[in-house]
Ligand binder design. Structure first.
Ligand SMILES: C[S@@+](CC[C@H](N)C(=O)[O-])C[C@H]1O[C@@H](n2cnc3c(N)ncnc32)[C@H](O)[C@@H]1O
Length: 409
């Protein structure tokens, strides 16, 4: 790990719908990004040392046995001062990221929403459906401390949620998802080109597409395909569609629908993608969604999912604790349950043949000058990723980052 500082906020890839960002706002984003990187690179490794050298031995001594699970680790670590410092600061940087992104957008919301409305006007590529109500896990949770999550508005018809999400993303990723935050989509396209070069999908669905950052590399890579991006949140979709129009991508349709009730017939897509989506849903949505994906795929079609890997039998206790941390302290309630599921069993139950399932890993695709080093610290699932990566790439990759699982129908 190098100690090179992260790139500055002025490296964020701007587009026609980007908010104006003042000197002071830029300085705030830079401060938060550097604080985030500092506690991740310099303080977080110390918490593991604290666990191994004082917290776990003290627990052994007091209880006459070793720690059994990550809940016990969480409770034991709560009393450790270095851990308290790291955890409180990490949570605060996330809260400040959300507030800072929101602040930048709120002070120019009218102008941004009007610009988006002009870009969206008269386009049949944006289909909003007021009958779609956000599922409880969106309506009742401020996901990763984002006030109002992805769906709420400050004024009717605005773009607040989507715009604030994109404005603050850089604080968390420190540029390691590339200038436009689309590193996962780019990695996905590269993975397909390397693994399945003959795969030429004609109709593609990106489910839970958010502001579309990772949809657009797919649109770019498959210019002749019809791409449909679905999300449950209208303000996010308004922003996503206007953003794609501002960037010159006309050939992608944004549709408001919930994964629990998708309005597409059987055999209607060649490729169905989700990227960092399932961990913000629920067991019921994973099950219903995978079943529907199996139904919507054409025979010979592919489904791929970039997601947190499940725990493996040999995932170390410390890694289980640090990976579940977000469920307890970062408002990601389903994060922990997803770790404990077995997505292969779920895919099989949804109708996919066991012999058609696979998993793997792919490197983040980041342009030069951005922050490769941070990419490898963003995901805290090294053991599982390493195994999947070795299996998929004979251990050849160095900067492994994205875990994915999938199946052919
Ligand atoms: C973490 S974001 C991921 C966005 C995007 N895939 C990306 O790579 O940036 C999760 C998205 O899923 C959407 N979402 C959550 N539950 C949903 C559901 N049941 N149906 C459709 N979208 C949903 C949220 O509104 C949010 O935009």
């Amino acid at each position: 790990m190098s100690s090179v500082l992260p790139p500055t906020y002025d490296r964020v890839g701007r587009h026609g719908l980007s908010p104006d960002v003042t000197h002071d706002e830029t300085a705030r984003f830079n401060f938060l990004t550097n604080l985030n990187v500092h506690i991740g690179q310099k303080i977080f490794p110390g918490t593991k040392l604290a666990f191994e050298s004082r917290v776990a031995p003290a627990f052994d001594k007091a209880h006459g046995r070793a720690l059994r699970d990550q809940c016990e680790v969480r409770d034991a670590m709560k009393c450790d001062p270095l851990y308290q410092f790291w955890a409180a600061t990490r949570r605060s940087t996330m809260e400040m990221r959300q507030q800072s992104g929101r602040h930048v957008v709120l002070r120019q919301l009218g102008k941004m929403s009007a610009k988006a409305a002009a870009l969206n006007a008269g386009k049949n590529t944006l289909v909003l459906d007021p009958r779609v109500t956000p599922p409880d896990y969106l309506a009742q949770v401020d996901n990763h401390w984002m006030p109002g999550s992805y769906y709420s508005e400050a004024t009717p018809g605005d773009v607040l949620s989507g715009a604030a999400y994109e404005a603050g993303l850089f604080v968390t990723t420190a540029g390691s998802m590339s200038a436009r935050g689309d590193g996962a989509g780019r990695a996905l396209v590269r993975y397909l080109a390397e693994k399945f070069p003959d795969f030429k999908p004609r109709r593609i669905l990106d489910l839970g597409a958010g502001v579309g950052v990772n949809t657009l590399p797919i649109v770019q890579a498959f210019p002749d395909a019809e791409v449909v991006a679905v999300d449950a949140a209208a303000p996010t979709l308004r922003y996503a569609h206007a953003r794609s129009q501002a960037m010159g991508y006309g050939n992608v349709q944004f549709i408001q629908a919930s994964a629990d009730d998708l309005p597409f017939p059987a055999n209607s897509f060649d490729w169905i993608q989700t990227t960092m989506f399932w961990h913000e849903t629920s067991v019921a949505t994973v099950r219903a969604g995978l079943k529907k994906i199996h139904e919507m795929l054409r025979p010979g079609g592919l489904t791929l999912h970039i997601e947190q890997p499940n725990f493996a039998a040999d995932t170390p206790l410390w890694d289980r604790f640090t990976r579940d941390w977000d469920a307890w302290f970062n408002n990601e309630p389903f994060w922990r349950k997803l770790h404990m599921m077995n997505v292969f069993d779920e895919m099989a139950a949804a109708g996919f043949g066991r012999d058609r399932l696979f998993d793997g890993a792919t490197e983040a695709d980041i342009e030069p000058g951005m922050y490769q080093d941070w990419a490898s610290t963003l995901s805290r699932h090294k053991p599982e990723l390493k195994r999947a990566d070795d299996a998929a790439n004979d251990g050849a990759r160095k900067g492994e980052f994205w875990y994915l699982f999938g199946a052919w129908k």
